[in-house]
Design a protein around this ligand. Structure first.
Ligand SMILES: Cc1cc2nc3c(=O)[nH]c(=O)nc-3n(C[C@H](O)[C@H](O)[C@H](O)COP(=O)(O)OP(=O)(O)OC[C@H]3O[C@@H](n4cnc5c(N)ncnc54)[C@H](O)[C@@H]3O)c2cc1C
Length: 388
């Protein structure tokens, strides 16, 4: 069975590895001339790390990740302690890394044969008949496959061939983000994730690249719509001014920032459906979410594993039914996480009647909700669907 994956981001490359593991013949088509260096830190949580380890990426990720463990805290803006950030699943397994996006992409790409990834291919058109699907590219080429996966991100070109897109709504927030060398700072709680909250905004820091770099993100309300871009340069002075007077650990870090990026946060309602015949969507193309649970890439990896398990050993005629099974399995969980990510952002940033009430809610969801998130095993869930 031939699979065409449109998009060579983390979701697309995870899907390529997962589908090859389950015996499919996979080709990835990426619009960019090379697989990207663009981006900063993302979190890999236990729910997707356990899948990546099974796929053989444990060592590679341990080498380039920033392991995060005890001492990870939610803090008030002055640095006083609110609660612990959960960094384990219920079994106590500490499977949590801050990762540079480029490092995960490198690890996922290195496991694929070079001919399986074709860069410089921007998908522009899709059609299908009873036996196969055809994708056409802006460079004039086309490709036939029995299954096509649109892993082409938030502005997916494949999405309109599945369903009417759900429109982006500006969340009213801009995220300033960037990387800073660890050795530029003095005392710092290494190997931890720190979050500070107050005044309707929040700031977070976690390590990437084995702890040599720290990834920081400041979430700041602004009525001015900011581009939903991963490469737009932000204003470091504005960022520093937004957190003036906060915990000295925050202000000291910000005083050393030389440049940063900003990214407008947009929200979307879940799509009505993810499947049209032999075409389905994965990752941000299917379920873009606000970053307040850090689950975007993790859910894309779960999607990838589900598709691999469900498509293994299936005949060409069975593809549409298996894609519908994939959607039925994945949509409830990702829709719930989309909604909870929105809610968690409100928890971090909104006006509570009392700060104690906010802190209590943070502590409650930090443990109970996240345990369910991290304990979930998508491979087992997809195998259970196959047994039905
Ligand atoms: C450049 C970039 C930088 C990012 N940086 C961060 C970050 O710093 N922190 C963070 O938390 N998240 C970041 N993200 C988002 C994060 O990667 C995604 O939320 C998550 O990994 C889900 O991945 P995805 O594969 O579904 O989508 P994406 O990672 O967005 O990947 C989609 C891929 O599809 C390609 N593509 C798009 N349209 C077409 C087309 N028509 N034909 C062929 N290929 C196409 C894109 O070039 C891209 O490589 C970034 C995304 C991008 C694209």
């Amino acid at each position: 069975m031939r699979a065409a994956i449109i998009g060579g981001g983390m979701g697309g490359l995870a899907a390529a590895n997962a589908l090859r593991r389950h015996g499919l013949d996979v080709t990835v088509f990426e619009q960019a001339a090379a697989l990207g260096e663009v981006g900063a830190g993302v979190f890999i949580y236990p729910n997707s790390l356990r899948q990546l380890e099974r796929m053989g990426f444990g060592e590679a990720l341990a080498r380039v990740g920033g392991h995060v463990g005890p001492g990870s805290h939610y803090n008030r803006k002055d640095g006083s302690y609110v609660g612990d950030v959960l960094t384990t699943d219920s079994s106590g397994w500490n499977g949590m890394y801050g990762m540079h996006r480029a490092d995960i992409l490198d690890a996922l790409a290195a496991a694929l044969p070079s001919e399986a990834v074709r860069t410089g291919h921007r998908a522009v058109d899709f059609s299908q008949d009873a036996d196969k699907a055809t994708v056409r590219f802006a460079n004039g080429e086309s490709f036939e496959a029995e299954v096509v996966i649109g892993a082409d991100g938030i502005n997916s070109a494949m999405q309109p061939f599945v369903v009417e897109p759900s429109l982006p709504e500006y969340s009213g927030f801009r995220a300033y983000r960037g990387l800073i060398a660890r050795d530029k700072l003095g005392a710092w709680p290494d190997r931890t994730h720190q979050i500070w909250m107050g005044d309707g905004k929040h700031f977070m820091v976690f390590p990437v690249r084995g702890g040599a770099l720290l990834n920081y993100v400041g979430f700041v309300p602004t009525p001015h719509e900011t581009l939903e871009s991963w490469s737009a340069l932000g204003d470091r002075d504005e960022l520093a001014a937004s957190f003036e007077g906060w915990d000295p650990r925050v202000t000291d870090l910000l005083s050393k920032v030389e440049s940063c990026y900003w990214w407008g946060l947009f929200d979307r309602q879940p799509l009505r459906t993810w499947v049209n015949g032999r075409l389905t969507l994965l990752g941000d193309a299917a379920h873009p979410m606000l970053p307040h649970l850090g689950q975007g890439v993790n859910q894309a990896i779960e999607d990838a594993v589900a598709l691999g398990v469900l498509l293994e050993g299936r005949g060409v005629d069975e593809v549409p039914a298996m894609l519908r099974a994939y959607e039925a399995l994945r949509r409830p969980r990702t829709s719930m996480i989309q909604a909870e990510a929105r809610q968690n952002g409100k928890r971090y940033d909104s006006d509570y009647e009392s700060i104690e009430q906010r802190d209590e809610e943070i502590r409650k969801t930090a443990i109970a909700f996240r345990k369910g998130l991290y304990d979930y095993d998508i491979e087992a869930a997809a195998r259970a669907v196959r047994m039905q």
